[in-house]
Structure formats: C-alpha cells, structure tokens
Design a protein around this ligand. Structure first.
Ligand code: SF4
Length: 175
C-alpha cells in the first residue's frame, strides 16, 4: 500500500534497527532451520515474509532484499526496477515520470537512508543486477544461509542454466 510504503521510509531508522535485531534472531535460529530443513522451511517463511514486507514496503519478493541499502524504499517499485539510483526522468519535485502521482522510489530512498547511521554510505554501494531466478524466495533465509555458511538449496537450479545464458549480463531497466 503506497501510503504505508511512505510511512516506512519516514520510519526507516526504527525499521532498520528492528531489522538488525530480527536478523540476529534469525541467525541464532539457524540450528532450528537446519533441523527443519531449509527447503522445507522456504515455503512458509517466504509466505510470511511476503505478507509482512508486502504490507510495509510493497515488497515484490525479488529474493535479494536491499532495503537496508535503500533507506527502506523498495527499488522493485520503480516502474523501471532500477537498483542503482533514479533515471533521468525524475521530476524536480521528486516524482516518477512513468507514474507522475508516485514519489520516485530513489528520491524516497535517499530520504530514508539519511535517517540512520551508515544509510548514506550503504546507498552508494553499487548493487548487482537482480537475479530473476530467485524471485519468490525468502531473503531472510538466504541471509541466514550466507552468514552461517549453509549451502544454497537453489544452487543446483542456478547451476543448471546453460553456460551461454549464465554468461550473458542481465540488463537492468534502461534509464
Ligand atoms: S528489495 Fe526485493 S525482497 Fe526487498 S522489499 Fe524489495 S522486492 Fe522485496
């Protein structure tokens, strides 16, 4: 919901702090995820993540969450889905050229990033192009796996892409 999304950016500092604590709790629960099995946990955790983040951020479940680097403004709500800053069409007042009634997600991201320590440094880190094969998967569990050195259950699927296709760089939306 658009208004809730704007609220989340206004409260980026508190939400970022909450997320840091939540991430620590998710990592502390790693033995539980391992016992359940990451593949078995994936569906219910992703469904819960979709509900929570859908409400707060209009999350599109890209599977590679960057909210902490974008001031709690989800870049997938940009009609061009730009992951590294606004296009040249953003108005002087900070509105989108494709949806003129909508604030540019990157203008919002800059605003949100300025509200918490490290936000303005994080927003300047260049993000990798989004990997569409991870759409719908849980970013929360992916972070736990990355930080605890668990193998990615999707690795087989990702490795199954023909070498040619894997080598071709994915294009972000054009400005
Ligand atoms: S960056 Fe991806 S996972 Fe994070 S809120 Fe946006 S669509 Fe959802």
């Amino acid at each position: 919901m658009y208004r809730v999304r704007l609220w989340s950016v206004r409260h980026s500092r508190g939400l970022n702090a909450f997320y840091k604590g939540f991430e620590r709790a998710m990592i502390a629960l790693a033995p539980l995820w391992r016992a359940i099995g990451y593949q078995r946990a994936e569906k219910p955790v992703a469904a819960f993540e979709k509900r929570v983040k859908g409400l707060l951020f209009d999350c599109k479940m890209c599977g590679q969450c960057v909210l902490s680097s974008t001031g709690m403004s989800c870049p997938m709500n940009c009609p061009k889905q730009l992951r590294n800053g606004p296009c040249g069409g953003v108005s002087l007042e900070g509105y989108c050229e494709v949806k003129p009634e909508m604030r540019c997600v990157w203008a919002e991201a800059w605003r949100g990033a300025g509200q918490f320590d490290g936000g303005l440094a994080a927003i300047q880190v260049v993000q990798a192009p989004v990997d569409r094969r991870m759409e719908g998967s849980s970013s929360w569990l992916r972070v736990v796996r990355e930080k605890t050195g668990e193998p990615d259950p999707n690795a087989k699927k990702l490795a199954a892409v023909p070498a040619k296709a894997a080598a071709a760089p994915k294009k972000e939306g054009t400005p």
